[in-house]
Structure formats: C-alpha cells, structure tokens
Design a protein. Structure first.
Length: 344
C-alpha cells in the first residue's frame, strides 16, 4: 500500500474531471453529481476512484490489476469518514451486484437487490425503525398511500388527496424528505398540514430518505436516462412493498398523472407493474386542469419567480397562497432560479 497515494481531488479541476471520466468509462460508470471524490494513484496513474453525494457512496471502481490489495476497504472507509463528519448517521450505496461483497465486508446491510443492483446501508436501524412504524399503522379494508413532494402543495395535490379520501377508509401521506426543492421539508410539511385539516381520514406521516429519493437515483452507472428511470422506479416500488409488509391486499397507492413528463409516465408504468405483482393496486389520477391548463407545482414556482400572484391564486388553495405569497419566497426565487426551473 505504500506506493499508493490517496487524494481528495478538487472538483472544479477540469484536468481531474477528464482523468476520472476516462478511468470510469472502462467500468461503464458515469461521473456525475458528486460532492466528494477520492482517487488512488500509483506513479501518477489512477488505479481506483470513489465518490459520494451527501451520504450516498458512488462511482467505486478499482483497476483489476490492483484487486485484492485492500484498496477498496481503505478508500470506502475514507469516504465514509467524510460522510459521518458531515453529520450523517449512515452511509448508503446503490452499486452493481458484483460489488456487494465489498460493502458487506464493511458491515453494510442489504436493503434491496435485483439482478443488476444492490442497495445497502451502513446502518439499517433507521430503515428498520421506519419499516416497523409503517407496518404498525392502522390498516383499514381500504387504505391508501400517497408519496408527494408538494413543492408546493397545489389544487392538483388537493384533488389527488380528495379523490383518495373519498375512495378509502384511511389515507396516509408520505412527504419527500430531501431538502433540495425550492420549499424546504419543513415548509412543505407546514403547507400540507394546513391543507389536509378538512379531511378527517387523511394523516401525514414523517418522510424517509428511502422513498423517491433523488440521492438514490442510480443513473451514474446506467446507460440511458430511460434505463435509469426504470431502475429507480423498481427500487422505489420494491422498497415501498417491503415497508408495507403483509398488508398488500388492503393497500392502494395513488399517483398523479403527468401529461407533460415522459419520466413520470415511465415511472408510473413501472410502479404499477411492480405493485400489481404483489397485489397492491395503483391508481393514476388524471391531472386537475384550470382553463385547459394542468395545475402544476412547477408552474406555481415559475409564477413566484415572475411575482404573478393572480395565476398562483388559480392553482393553489387559500391556505397555500397565504404562505407562498410572502415576499421572502419571491426573493428566494430571484436568488435561486435553478430551484425554480430544475426541481420537481
């Protein structure tokens, strides 16, 4: 090991970026969306790479000539140290099946696996605790689940919740946990709570990093966008099914139709196929329209950016409008246009 140099690289360096991309290409890996990369070099040549984004380990690759030299354990341990120093209580990885044993040797626990990918966590206590909470919910004969980002909660979301409320005995809402959207998790939660008080059978649960997580999207080693969407959809569906446990026959998952998004169309079709195999129903609800325009959170965010309060009024409830029409959100939109036009 004494001949190896372990180095945390400057992510802004185009030279390093090109070197790493060329190295990862040999493993059919994509070098995208990372906040840390550590490389191992020997005689100024890259022999191994490992990156991360938040608490997700990515792009682990080692030249086959250097297998069996304990590079992987040292490299992953260094990345995990960075993750824990940033305040995370677990490190996660979505990796090719053949890499599972590397992480298992470091006491990672398997959460999900298919013939192509393995999803593991260094600490599965959070997952098991969330799973216990979900399985101990009150499951009526007709129980609905809606997983939503609600960035922000619009009349379209209200229509989806109202439909599920009318058709079921109990409806559980699970908000997306990540703080990468224009509205923070706390803000989205506040808005959702103010909008569901009118429904006696709707309950908002706490979110989890394991469902519909941008962090877990495994596109960095998949060949195409469509392929990565399918893989993410299968991952999401299988984790959802595992969380539900034996309550399959009582559960219907509700999603909204997205007429303008090929991604969501693929996602909904894969989810439906996966859930139906386990006797869980999926209902795709037609998007609510106002003046022949589909009500969309993305349009609402654009209107915040434009300070177009009149259009916003047509697409959100009074409760939502009172919050999102505040001056601070207009200022935030001007300061963060990337969160207006890029996030769902």
């Amino acid at each position: 090991m004494s001949n190896y140099v372990f180095e945390k690289i400057n992510l802004d360096s185009k030279i390093w970026k090109n070197k790493i991309e060329n190295f990862l290409e040999k493993f059919k890996l994509k070098y995208t969306d990372v906040d840390l990369t550590i490389v191992v070099t020997e005689n100024n040549s890259i022999v191994a790479v490992c990156s991360k984004k938040n608490n997700l380990i990515k792009n682990i690759a080692i030249d086959e000539k250097h297998w069996g030299e304990n590079i992987s354990n040292t490299l992953i341990t260094m990345v995990m140290k960075e993750i824990f120093q940033q305040g995370y209580d677990s490190a996660m990885v979505v990796t090719k099946v053949e890499n599972k044993k590397i992480f298992a040797s470091l006491n990672f626990k398997l959460i999900y696996q298919n013939e192509r990918i393995s999803f593991l966590s260094s600490n599965d206590k959070d997952y098991l605790s969330y799973k216990e909470m979900i399985q101990n919910l009150d499951y009526k004969n007709k129980t609905a689940f809606i997983i939503l980002n609600a960035n922000p909660f619009t009349l379209g979301h209200e229509h989806l919740v109202e439909t599920a409320s009318k058709e079921n005995d109990i409806v559980y809402l699970i908000p997306v946990l990540e703080d990468i959207s224009f509205f923070s998790t706390d803000e989205r939660t506040e808005i959702i709570l103010k909008n569901i008080t009118k429904f006696s059978n709707v309950e908002l649960l706490k979110g989890t990093q394991y469902l519909i997580s941008n962090n877990l999207f495994p596109s960095y080693f998949l060949k195409s966008t469509e392929e990565s969407i399918k893989e993410q959809s299968q991952l999401d569906a299988n984790i959802f099914c595992d969380l539900i446990g034996k309550n399959f026959s009582k559960v219907t998952r509700y999603v909204g139709e997205e007429p303008y998004s090929k991604t969501t169309e693929i996602y909904n079709n894969i989810i439906k196929e996966e859930l139906n195999q386990r006797n869980i129903k999926l209902k795709i609800i037609k998007r609510l329209e106002k003046n022949n325009v589909a009500v969309s959170a993305s349009i609402v965010r654009e209107c915040i950016f434009k300070n177009d309060l009149e259009t916003i009024k047509k697409m959100v409830s009074k409760e939502t409008f009172e919050i999102i029409s505040q001056e601070k959100y207009y200022k935030r939109a001007l300061e963060n246009p990337n969160k207006i036009f890029k996030n769902n």
